[in-house]
Structure formats: C-alpha cells, structure tokens
Design a binder for this molecule. Structure first.
Ligand SMILES: Nc1ncnc2c1ncn2[C@@H]1O[C@H](COP(=O)(O)OP(=O)(O)OP(=O)(O)O)[C@@H](O)[C@H]1O
Length: 363
C-alpha cells in the first residue's frame, strides 16, 4: 500500500511540506527538534487521524493554527492505480476522511492504510501493561478477521452492562444469567480469533527474530484472560462475590495477555535494551509479514530512530531485513551515514533532510 505523494499541513513544526516518497525505503534525517518524528506522526495521522505521541489533538496541530491536514495519493490495491486520500482534523473536533471522492469512517481508513510503528513506545510491548499487548494482538485480528470489529464492539457493550450491574452491588440472578450467556458467547469467539492469530504469527516471528538477532530463544504464549481448562460460566459464578465487591468483571478477554519470555523468564526482566528493541521490532515486522501473507497487501512501516540502541551489525541486519520485504518504510535517524551503507544499489532508497520543518530530498 505505498504512499506515492504526501502533503502535510500544520502539524507541529511542519507548516507545509509536499513530497513524493520512494515506494520502498525513505530515510528522513535531521538534527534534534527538526521535525523527523513529526513527519512519521503525519503519516500516522493519515492512517488513523491521530498522533502516536499525544492523545490530545491540540498538541499536534501547529501552535496558533486551527486545523491539520494530510493529503496523499496512495496505491491502495497495490496495482499501480493511485487514489486520493485526505484526512483533516480541526480544533473544534471535526474530522474529515475522504478517499477517492467519498467520505469514509475510521475503521475503513484503518484497514485502507495498515501501519506498523516502531518507536521507543514499542518497548511497552515487553515492559508495559497487558493492554498494550492486547492492542498488538487485536491489530492483527482486526486486519485478518472482517467480523472482529463488530464482535469486539458487541463484547465491550456486554462487558459495560455487566459491570454497571455489578457496581449496583446486587444483581438479579436471572438477569445475570442472560448477560453471562452473551458474555461467554462473545468471549469464546474473540478468544479463538486471538489464539488463531498468535499461532499464525509465531512462525513469522521466529523467522524474523532469527534474521535480526540470531540465536535468541524467545517464546510467545497467549493467555486468554481466564483459566481455559475450566468452563467460563463456572468461573464467572465462582468470581461473582469478588466481582460484586470490586464492581467489575475480573476474568474474560478484557484481561487477555501475550507472555513474552526468554529462557523461561519474562523478556522484560532478562533482555538488554538492544535485544528488547530487536524482539519488539520482530513482533511488529512479523505482523507486517503475516498481514502480507494473508491479504497480499503490504503495511507501511514507520520506524523512528532505527539506529538508536543498536550496534552497527544489528542496524545492518535490520536494514537487510527491511530491504528483503516489499513494504514501504519511513525511517528516521539523526545521521544518514549511520544507515547509508546498508542498502543494495538497486534498492529504491530516498533520502530527505528536514530542517525546522522544511523537507528537502538530498538523494
Ligand atoms: N504544536 C506545535 N506547534 C509547533 N511546533 C511544535 C509543536 N509541537 C512540537 N513542536 C516543535 O516541533 C519540532 C519537531 O519535533 P520532532 O519531535 O518532530 O523532532 P525530531 O526531529 O524528531 O527530534 P529528535 O531528534 O530530538 O527526536 C520541535 O522543535 C518541537 O518543539
């Protein structure tokens, strides 16, 4: 799904930038504070109408401006046909997403522009809360199971209803049974999709990890959010008095997790910083590889400060892997020399220097 042209207006220190990215590798380089990450944020904004650095849009829009806009031409189907896609968002809360002359909604946009972001927050996949890992799994399920989004919304509605009943401190047994039946039905469907996704992801992850790091033993284990050896209805009944006290449902898919271990120990506790970066990158790149295998479409990779935490050898392996894929990559770094010698001469690599929000293609 390459982005063939990109215009960014009023995002942080970028007032107006237009350029034609390479279909393959784009290196964005510049000094601290020049706007490299802002450019990645702009592509993220195009795919999801929001930043990956802040939840508050007012920090993303250029100070004293009222609206941000990103306009692009994308090869959505990967067949060479370019179609216009534009996303704008105002301080008044208005969001407009237009694709090929039509308004589309956010979930249509997300499936149109599949993005994989690798930045310092990606460490959260190992070090952060289970919610981060659930988001990771659900990105994959969303992009591989068309019914997932409806199912997930339906499950969330049931969970909210059940929790509001629990908060009352007393719950009618008949009413509880009705909600529990729905809860169980959605929980089992969601869980089997998540399990299936992780099983499919494992071989891609192992293969990519081997290429990026070599012989590092990492295991992935999906945890459903309850003890799957026991029926969920029994466990819900058993946990009822605790749930009533707490005012929320303590077991279910809302507690799912992905345990990442090295030699049987939590990878977050055991691995070095560089090893962690390679493991979380392998997870993200495996999602991209699996997405391609299942849909025959390629993700756009946004990789902020690729060389940070990595020695030359591992930076090279990372670049060699990216080169072998068919993904469009936007990679930032401070010094372009740190990545310039890693590419084969026939790879389409474009270099862009950014200075105070102004972008110039250098080679
Ligand atoms: N809302 C805003 N309006 C205008 N400028 C902003 C806004 N938010 C941030 N900035 C400025 O935009 C610039 C770009 O920051 P960005 O994080 O993109 O830099 P960077 O090139 O990635 O830097 P680094 O190498 O330090 O990570 C910074 O100078 C920042 O102060």
């Amino acid at each position: 799904m390459p982005i063939r042209s990109l215009s960014v207006k009023k995002i942080r220190n970028i007032d107006a930038v237009s350029f034609e990215p390479s279909e393959r590798i784009n290196i964005i380089y510049g000094a601290n504070g020049s706007g490299k990450t802002t450019l990645l944020e702009s592509v993220h904004f195009l795919g999801l109408t929001r930043s990956f650095r802040t939840n508050q849009f007012r920090y993303l829009v250029t100070s004293s401006e009222r609206e941000s806009l990103v306009f692009s031409k994308i090869d959505a189907a990967g067949n060479g046909q370019l179609k216009p896609l534009g996303v704008s968002r105002g301080l008044d809360g208005d969001v407009a997403i237009r694709f090929n002359g039509n308004s589309i909604d956010l979930s249509e946009l997300a499936s149109l522009v599949p993005l994989q972001l690798i930045n310092t927050d990606t460490f959260e996949l190992l070090e952060g809360s289970p919610g981060t890992r659930r988001q990771f799994i659900d990105w994959g399920v969303f992009h591989s199971e068309p019914v997932f989004i409806q199912l997930w919304r339906a499950f969330k509605r049931v969970l909210q209803q059940r929790n509001s009943l629990l908060k009352c401190g007393k719950i009618d047994p008949v009413l509880r049974q009705v909600w529990d039946q729905e809860f169980i039905q959605y929980a089992e469907q969601l869980t089997s999709m998540r399990e299936h996704y992780i099983e499919q992801l494992k071989p891609d992850f192992e293969e990519i990890l081997l290429k990026l790091v070599g012989d590092l033993s990492i295991t992935l284990k999906f945890s459903a959010g309850w003890d799957q050896k026991r029926p969920l209805d029994e466990l819900l009944a058993e946990n009822l008095s605790r749930d009533l006290k707490q005012g929320f449902t303590s077991i279910g898919p809302q507690r799912a997790d992905l345990k990442v271990k090295s030699e049987g120990i939590s990878a977050a506790e055991r691995l070095s910083r560089g090893q962690k970066k390679l493991v979380v990158s392998a997870l993200k790149l495996a999602q991209g590889a699996l997405f391609h295998r299942l849909s025959n479409r390629a993700c756009v990779y946004l990789i902020d400060d690729l060389p940070s935490e990595l020695d030359k050898h591992h930076s090279r392996l990372f670049c060699e892997f990216l080169e072998q894929t068919n993904n469009q990559c936007f990679i930032t770094c401070v010094d372009p020399e740190s990545l310039s010698r890693f590419w084969e001469p026939d790879t389409a690599v474009a270099y862009f220097n950014i200075e105070a929000g102004q972008l110039v293609q250098t080679h």
